[in-house]
Design a protein around this ligand. Structure first.
Ligand SMILES: Nc1nc2c(ncn2[C@@H]2O[C@H](COP(=O)(O)OP(=O)(O)OP(=O)(O)O)[C@@H](O)[C@H]2O)c(=O)[nH]1
Ligand SMILES: [Mg+2]
Length: 397
């Protein structure tokens, strides 16, 4: 393109330069008005720039839409997109008069406005096509600590079940979502002491400090005080200083016998000794999920005493990676149920979904505070689905 830029103080002055150089049939492809000099844009001199070419053939096709022919060549058909000015003479319609100057500058700003509009519409179009009515729902789930993969699956489930119209109805989306989440919180109900012969033996296992001992005390108190069952407690925690004292205090308050077993054989003997009990609750020492040796020791205890149920205690305040690792490692020991503690400290309830899926076991209880025996409830799918949706209230019994 043989374009050239011409300058002037006024549009007319710059236009005169264009015509002088390229003749009256020149094509204007750009105009710019600004000021030069001055301080912070004040006090500068006006300055006009016109970029032009001699012929339409010199304008690249992409720029022809905005090109402006000063005066079309006689006898040739005007370009479809070029703005033409009547070629009458004399007087030349684009003679550098103040009026023509104004028209040219208005045309330039119009062209800019149209260009902006086209660009804005194009951008809006892209945004619209990306606007998924379930995008917010997805974000909300992720914000509630639901794993991205699970959130995607839930959103897809909702999309499958609703019509396009319903997808725009928040109430319908919420309902469908609740329906999709509920089966992802499989629950086992409470411990059922339904053994005809001998005590029903339940053990709690889990990482350090998740609330095993506190939960065991809550269960013992509820069986003893509410259900009037004969309860026995055994602790295997001979590691942590103060661990036995901690459970002994609870045992004394609720008048329940407490025994300590240091080896698998001792555990088997102690269970036998407590054969008059309806239920025996076994507390274990907290095990780091990284310490596979200690986890194997735990397995040896259970091989000797064969509990009826083993509950893996997980903290609702833990992050997804820790939960994942914990479940994986404690699978070496084996468990039948999952208890989620510290829901009152959880940042989001969504982690429960992935954890239960990974554990492949049903949820038995949730705990919601430090109070013994108050802060424990039987896990309920619907209530937990509500919590994941950020709608339910954490129930403290
Ligand atoms: N906020 C809150 N704190 C809890 C909950 N359950 C237990 N805790 C507290 O967590 C702390 C640890 O509880 P423990 O019962 O000693 O935990 P543990 O799993 O037996 O710990 P180790 O035996 O050392 O592995 C205590 O301060 C409890 O009061 C709960 O549901 N919510
Ligand atoms: Mg403990």
């Amino acid at each position: 393109m043989k374009a050239k830029t011409f300058h002037g103080v006024t549009m007319a002055e710059a236009l005169t330069e264009v015509k002088k150089h390229f003749g009256p049939g020149a094509i204007i492809i750009n105009t710019r008005t600004n000021s030069r000099g001055g301080i912070l844009g004040v006090g500068g001199k006006p300055h006009v720039e016109i970029t032009a070419v001699r012929d339409m053939n010199d304008v690249p096709p992409a720029m022809r839409r905005g090109a402006l022919r000063i005066k079309p060549k006689a006898s040739t058909r005007t370009d479809r997109v070029a703005v033409t000015v009547k070629p009458e003479s004399p007087p030349d319609s684009f003679a550098p008069t103040p009026q023509n100057d104004r028209i040219l500058s208005e045309m330039a700003s119009l062209r800019e406005m149209v260009g902006n509009l086209v660009r804005q519409n194009a951008a809006a179009g892209v945004k619209d096509s990306l606007q998924d009515p379930l995008y917010e729902t997805y974000q909300k789930l992720v914000g509630s600590a639901v794993a991205e993969e699970v959130a995607t699956q839930l959103v897809e489930r909702v999309r499958e079940t609703l019509t396009v119209e319903q997808l725009h109805d928040p109430k319908a989306v919420r309902q469908a979502l609740r329906k999709a989440i509920t089966p992802r919180v499989p629950t086992a109900g409470p411990i059922r002491i339904d053994k005809r012969v001998g005590p029903y033996v339940v053990a709690l296992i889990g990482p350090t400090g998740v609330g095993k001992t506190t939960t065991l005390a809550k269960l013992a108190a509820n069986f003893c005080l509410r259900e009037k069952r004969r309860v026995g407690m055994i602790t295997l925690d001979t590691y942590r200083i103060g661990a036995i004292e901690q459970l002994k205090t609870y045992a004394q308050i609720i008048h329940v016998p407490l025994e300590v077993a240091a080896t698998p054989d001792e555990l088997a003997e102690t269970v036998d000794r407590m054969s008059d009990r309806d239920v025996i609750l076994i507390d274990t020492a907290g095990r780091s999920q990284r310490d596979s040796g200690k986890l194997d020791q735990l397995r040896a205890f259970f091989a000797a005493a064969t509990p009826d149920e083993v509950h893996l205690v997980l903290s609702g305040a833990a992050g997804p990676k820790v939960l994942d690792q914990t479940i994986e490692q404690f699978s070496r020991v084996g468990f039948d149920r999952v208890i989620f503690t510290k829901l009152d400290e959880a940042l989001g309830f969504g982690v429960i979904l992935s954890a239960l899926q990974k554990a492949g076991a049903d949820l038995s209880y949730v705990t919601t505070g430090q109070d013994v025996p108050r802060d424990i409830s039987v896990g309920e799918s619907g209530a937990l689905a509500e919590l994941v949706l950020g709608e339910g209230e954490l129930q403290r019994p």
